[in-house]
Design a protein around this ligand. Sequence first.
Ligand code: 6PG
Length: 455
Amino acid sequence: LGAGALSTVGLIGLGVMGRNLALNIADRGFRVIGWDADPAACANFAAGAVATDLAELVRDLEPPRALLLMVPAGEPVERVIDALRPHLAAGDLIADGGNSHYRDSRRRADALRQAGLLYLGLGISGGEAGARHGPAIMAGGDRAAYARLEALLEAIAAPAGGEACVAWLGPDGAGHFVKTVHNGIEYAVMQLIAEAVYLLRHLGGLTPPEMAGLFRNWNRGVLESYLVDCAAAVLAARDAGGGPLLDMIRDRAGEKGTGRWAAVEALELGVAAPSLAEAVAARAMTAAPRGNAAEPSSPPLDGLPADLEPALLAAAVCCYGQGFALLAAAGREYGWELPLARIARLLQGGCIIRARLLDGFAAAFDADATPGPLAHPALAAQVGAGLVPWRRLLAAGIAAGLPLPLFASTLAWYDATTRPRLWADMIQGMRDRFGRHGFERIDRPGQHHHDWGEA
Ligand code: 6PG
């Protein structure tokens, strides 16, 4: 080190994501220097020079310096920031490209600002391949920090519709919040797909290779999306013995937390996003002890594949709608003014939830920046077209004893958004009966109590 030009960016954390992102950055003509606490990770680094320690890494950077952290969320990020700070000078920039909790990002943005440093929280989506060839990047933090890295970020991000899939979405934790909601939607759509396969197996009698063909066809139509493509690959994969790989995979799902964060956030902000929460619960159901009831058997249901395509689209649109409703509410709560139309376009490339159906959301938010979840006629029409088949297959599945948590709760959400009257009159009556919580009346304003007499 020491000879020649200084590096543009110092990348800390040379695991798979960090390494791939560094190769992507280097391919675009930016000089990158890396460091990792693990010597084995350093040995595998081919995108640029490797520093022997943080001091050397910082010395090799053009001032004001830009450091990109690709370390696991939580404590590791804290440790690296603490270790870096003595080496940094006012105006240097720390970008966190991990799946950090947005509350941590808010706190760090604040603490670093007070220390004269700039902070950028980057929600990066697309897995290994995305990091290498073009991820979607949801940026939050200091606008000046974004401006400084904008050219680099635009160069490495995936393109979609003539734009790079990266944008500054708001201050402090805005980028990581949007990534969290992205993951909430990711969980929900994955669960819908898993339930579709479950139905096709049990009520359709289809084999994994047959389903792979069906998913490949769907991916050429309205359902075109990364996750449908990914599902086709899983269904088509063969095990070493020649049989479907799917039959050999234990049906027990793990999770690393970000989908759960989205559901918790919806609960805390009072946003009805049951599909996001149900998807987390559905993973937990697979991990819990299970009984050994006989597999449901019922005669094959005619027309199931044809019903599933519009039903899956309708349900997926509802899940994205819940995610955008959560973004709108968080934007109001935290004063972020999240650009929903830009977010819908940014998610069309590079990320795990990229899907053709996002066109409808981009158009909806272009027309009205703050609509209800499905206020745009095109979105409502997409859901409307899937409703009859959705009810039909859900009813058949329930009658056969198949648990279909996401299809069921998402439909309940949709129906609840469309009915003028629901059930809350009873809730309010009971709250007043036992706790004098009060209720509004339909015939006059104000809060009212009934005289319940002796409790
Ligand atoms: C992505 C993904 C990724 C995410 C996992 C979720 O956008 O590339 O969202 O960042 O963390 O896919 O992982 P779990 O299912 O293990 O929680």
